[in-house]
Write a protein that binds this ligand. Structure first.
Ligand code: ADP
Length: 834
């Protein structure tokens, strides 16, 4: 028993005793109080019952008698009941409270359920929120671009990973760091200005700026910063949200794109330039294709459309600044015809007109408004405007300040022509000017060339006539000189024989000059045909050496000959090669003083034969070594100082050698050092042999002793001399002095051979031969023509007319005699065969 319950038990006993003692209501009241105190002390009814029974026993012991005991028991029961009434009341209160609690509990349970439900919802909402937050955080963190949240002074509050990576900062280390710190120094001021202006900007819109950022790692890169101002509920700027992008790649792409753009533009420009060049090249080749300016310019106009213009008109400048409309071109041929119908007489260009101005400036001019037509300005301008042309370009063709023409370009779109067109048409005009100038120069040159050709022809004709006229009188001079030389009266008279010799030598000199002139004319006109045969060059050289040995020895010159041991076979014209050799040898004799020597050497290698003529003569200055092969050029300026000759021999020799496919040149160590002349000729192939080249009479043909020869020549001297020579050979010579009487004599006498001049009075040689060939008895008689012209065309004409041979005057008698023999022999063979 606790102190409290013992105390309550004590008080209960005392109260019970008091009640039993008759304490009445007050005592009962104490029982009631005790009951309350017991509840307060936490005692239960059973403990109260235990206390009561203990106190009842005590009371019972003090009571005497049964009755009294019953009364005590009864009254004690009242007292006990009274002490329990607080318990009952408390119980009742408990019961009520319990009921209330139960009801409250229900409510609480309902509330709890509701709370639980709300909690569930809240939890779900929270979880969704958390997921969303995490998603946004992830987005924030894993976004490829850098995101920053800063205060208005760019002090970083939040940064995503990309921003940290960009700025080279460790995770979470950017908080509190000002963004400005990462801007390169040179841009910090600009950044600060930008920053200070941001709060005033539009909150809804971000602002962009390119800045160079230097990361913590020291890397500098271009960055694009986009920033948006965040405002609070009151609309006041509260912070900044930044998007930071590394612009390196963008910039690279941008640069790449710019490069591509540039490249594309360059390619476009190149394509345009190539097109331009192709156009200009085409124009140039058009201009170069013909020297007929007008047709060329018309072709240019046609090429210009539509590349440069819808319309192109061409004018040419006539003398006295008259311009003539040459024609127009349009893509549509119908339109072109329309324009070409405008062709009119040349008009005078008015000094104040636009065209005159353009000619004067020498530069193209643009016209972008309807032109007012002035006097002297061609009507086609108006025509073009009426055709809808809105841009005109006048392009003058000017050279050395002289206007040659005008190109008018017309385009339908307004303001079509730009500066680059000006450059192109300027070039075009320059090319046209050049072509026109060339054409003008060419026609001037052609006129000059024609004049020169005429002069050359006249010179050739003059030389031909001169040599002809020189040779004719020479024939009797030479003939008589030769005859006189043999005449005993002359032979025995030293003065007369020296005089006759001089006569003959000089006549021969003049003959040589005349022959050279004629030869040159014939060679320069390519009228010489080589009669090639296989021959031994050694023999040709020997022939010349032997022919001139006497001349050399007369001058006191020593001739040394060293010829190639075997035959040197070339395919050549014997007479012409002889001519070359003779010329070289004669020159060596001529230009070597008495006492000197001349060495002639021949040699050969696998391809070529060479003849070398070396003298110890006057030599040749180096500057003349080549010149002496030009016609009329000599080895010295001193014409008079040099020995005779026109300076034609070497020119002729070179031409002859070249016609044989060879070469000829001179060598000399200088004046007074002697000269060497070399001739090289290709060797004939081995399949030829000199035997193939036999041009002598067929074997067994004896010379025909006595022939009846009719000689027809109007030059009595020539006829007489030739007649004497022929008679000396035993022939019977009949003569006639013109074609007509010659024909009559021929019909009458029927000679074995007829020799006739070509140029004769009454009937020339051509008519004569036609007549002779028409008479059956004379048709096969050999007829030899003698011509003083010696031109190839004369010989060809004579042969074509029916002559059997044609010889140049003055003919070497031996040559004439050989031809007579040959023709007569052929006729004998022919007659004997029939
Ligand atoms: P020509 O002898 O009739 O004047 P060529 O044409 O034969 O004409 O010669 C041209 C020039 O070459 C001669 O005038 C002479 O000056 C020079 N010449 C030719 N052969 C010799 C030579 N063997 N030695 C020195 N000069 C020479």
């Amino acid at each position: 028993m606790t102190d409290c319950s013992a105390e309550i038990a004590q008080q209960y006993l005392s109260g019970l005793q008091d009640y039993l003692a008759g304490g009445g209501e007050a005592a009962l009241q104490s029982a009631y109080e005790l009951g309350r105190r017991a509840i307060g002390a936490g005692l239960g009814t059973l403990q109260m019952l235990a206390i009561h029974q203990q106190c009842l026993l005590t009371a019972m012991r003090e009571t005497v008698g049964a009755r009294a005991s019953v009364d005590v028991a009864d009254r004690s029961a009242n007292f006990f009941a009274e002490s329990l009434s607080p318990f009952e009341m408390a119980l009742r209160g408990f019961s009520e409270a319990n009921a209330q609690l139960s009801s409250n509990l229900e409510d609480l349970r309902a509330a709890e359920d509701s709370l639980l439900h709300q909690h569930g919802e809240l939890l779900a909402a929270h979880q969704a929120l958390e997921a969303e937050r995490r998603r946004y955080r992830d987005l924030f963190d894993f976004a490829p671009d850098g995101y920053l949240v800063t205060d208005l002074h760019s002090c970083i509050e939040e940064a995503n990973r990309a921003a940290e990576a960009l700025l080279g900062a460790a995770s979470g280390s950017l908080a509190g760091v000002p963004l400005r710190q990462f801007v390169v120094e040179s841009m910090q001021e600009a950044f600060a200005d930008w920053l200070s202006g941001l709060p005033d900007g539009d909150a809804g819109r971000s602002q962009d700026r390119q800045l160079d950022i230097r990361s913590n790692a020291g890397l500098t890169f271009p960055a694009t910063l986009s920033v948006r101002v965040v405002r609070d509920k009151a609309g006041l700027p509260a912070g900044l949200r930044w998007l930071v992008r590394d612009a390196t790649e963008g910039k690279r792409i941008e640069e790449h794109r710019a490069q591509l753009l540039v490249r594309e533009q360059v390619a476009l420009a190149q394509a345009a330039a190539a097109q331009c060049l192709a156009f200009l090249a085409e124009i140039s080749s058009l201009l170069a294709s013909s020297l007929d300016c007008e047709s060329t310019l018309a072709a240019v106009a046609r090429r210009i459309v539509p590349y440069l213009a819808d319309w192109c008109f061409i004018y040419v400048v006539e003398p006295d600044l008259m311009i003539r409309f040459l024609g127009g071109a349009h893509q549509d041929p119908g339109q072109t015809d329309l324009a070409n119908a405008l062709r009119s007489e040349p008009v005078c260009v008015d000094a104040g007109s636009r065209i005159a101005r353009v000619f004067h400036a020498g530069r193209p001019e643009l016209i972008s408004e309807a032109p007012e037509i002035r006097a002297g300005e061609a009507a086609p301008f108006r025509f073009l405007w009426d055709q809808g042309v809105q841009s005109l370009l006048l392009v003058p063709i000017v050279t050395h300040g002289q206007a040659l023409g005008l190109v008018v370009l017309g385009a339908t779109p307004a303001h079509h022509y730009q500066d680059d067109h000006l450059v192109l048409v300027d070039d075009l005009a320059r090319r046209c000017a050049l072509a026109l100038e060339n054409a003008q120069l060419y026609s001037a040159m052609a006129a000059e060339r024609d004049k020169a050709a005429d002069a050359n022809r006249a010179k050739d004709e003059f030389l031909g006539i001169l040599s002809h006229e020189l040779r004719n009188p020479l024939v009797p001079v030479l003939g008589w000189a030769r005859k006189l030389r043999k005449n005993p009266g002359v032979v025995n008279d030293s003065v007369l024989s020296a005089g006759v010799e001089t006569l003959e030598r000089n006549a021969l000199n003049i003959l040589r000059l005349a022959n050279d002139c004629l030869d040159l004319v014939r060679i320069s006109k390519s009228k010489v045909t080589l009669e090639k045969q296989v021959l031994d060059l050694n023999q040709t050289a020997l022939g010349s050496i032997e022919a001139l040995r006497q001349t050399a020895s007369e001058k006191g010159l020593r001739l040394e000959t060293r010829l190639w041991p075997s035959t040197v076979t070339v395919l050549g014209d014997r007479t012409r090669l002889n001519q070359v050799m003779n010329n070289l040898l004669l020159n060596a004799i001529k230009y070597t003083d008495s006492g000197g020597s001349i060495a002639i050497r021949s040699s050969a290698n696998v391809r070529e034969a060479e003849i070398e003529i070396k003298d110890t003569g006057i030599g040749i200055a180096p500057e003349y070594l080549e010149q002496i092969f030009q016609p009329f050029r000599r080895g010295s300026k001193e014409w008079l100082a040099s020995d005779g000759g026109l300076g034609l021999g070497l020119a002729i020799a070179r031409r002859i050698v070249e016609m044989h496919g060879g070469g000829i040149w001179a060598e000399s160590a200088g004046v007074g050092q002697g000269s060497i002349f070399r001739v090289r000729l290709p060797l004939a192939s081995a399949r030829f042999s000199t035997r193939d080249a036999d041009d002598t009479l067929p074997a067994g043909q004896a010379s025909i002793a006595s022939l009846r020869i009719l000689l027809i020549d109007d030059q009595k001297d020539v006829a007489e001399l030739t007649s004497m020579d022929l008679q000396a050979l035993g022939h019977i010579v009949l003569t006639a002095t013109d074609g007509q009487s010659g024909l009559e004599t021929a019909i009458r006498e029927i000679p074995d051979v007829i020799i006739s001049d070509l140029k004769m009075p009454r009937m020339d040689g051509y008519e004569l031969i036609r007549n002779l060939r028409g008479i059956s008895r004379l048709a096969s008689v050999p007829v030899i023509a003698l011509t003083g012209f010696g031109m190839k065309k004369d010989i060809e004409a004579a042969m074509a007319a029916g002559y059997d041979a044609c010889l140049n005057k003055p003919v070497e008698f031996s040559e004439l005699s050989a031809v007579i023999q040959k023709l007569a022999a052929q006729r004998v063979i022919l007659i004997s065969k029939h």
